[in-house]
Design a protein around this ligand. Structure first.
Ligand code: URA
Length: 199
């Protein structure tokens, strides 16, 4: 089974689509390769492109703050995007870019085998739902709900929530957002019953 390091190495040399020509840096992902939870965003923005790290701009600061509210540091989780290069002027990802680059995300998930996948926004949610054969309607219908799939010989939870940038534009959603992070925290703390629990 390949490691996150091996996948990162490949991403850093990728020329599978034209985005590598306009990017400053590849943004493969950061965090813990043994993470229990993976956060998936859409694509790097300006700050991320300059730094080579996901979610380091304004939306990233909000994500980091939400994580710290539930006692998580960025290095406790794994954070990445569907696309590993910034689309020019932050335009929406194209279908073919999602299909091509999304293969890296699938391999990253296979390497980490997280218990929880949090989809940040509609592009991430659509991609993850498609990959796990779930029916995606719209982010406003599914946000905050927990979907369970069978993967890597265990039950894996998928939670689509708003993209943190949406909360920056609509601060009235912040309370609901904090509640969704508390839900993630509860799921993380819910340990699997052991034989000991039945004795
Ligand atoms: N928005 C995203 O979807 N990803 C980032 O890394 C930054 C902003």
């Amino acid at each position: 089974m390949e490691t996150i390091e091996e996948i990162t190495e490949e991403i850093l040399n990728c020329r599978k689509c034209d985005l590598h020509k306009t990017k400053t840096n590849y943004v493969p992902g950061v965090g813990n390769e043994n993470a229990e939870v993976v956060f998936v965003g859409e694509a790097p923005g300006r700050e991320e492109d300059l730094k080579g790290e996901p979610f380091v701009g304004a939306a990233g600061k909000l994500l980091t703050e939400m994580l710290s509210k539930i006692g998580l540091r960025r290095e406790d989780v794994f954070i990445c995007n569907v696309l590993k290069c910034r689309p020019p002027n932050n335009r929406d990802p194209l279908l073919e870019e999602i299909e091509t680059c999304g293969e890296y995300l699938k391999r990253q998930l296979d390497a980490i085998k997280p218990n929880i996948i949090v989809c940040l926004g509609r592009f991430a949610a659509q991609f993850i739902f498609d990959h796990f054969c779930l029916d995606f309607t719209s982010i406003s219908r599914v946000k905050g709900k927990v979907f369970e799939v069978e993967k890597w010989n265990k039950k894996v939870k998928i939670i689509p929530i708003y993209h943190p940038a949406a909360i920056l534009y609509r601060p009235q959603l912040r309370e609901e957002y904090e509640q969704q992070f508390r839900k993630i925290s509860e799921l993380l703390n819910r340990k699997q019953p052991t034989l000991f629990d039945y004795l």
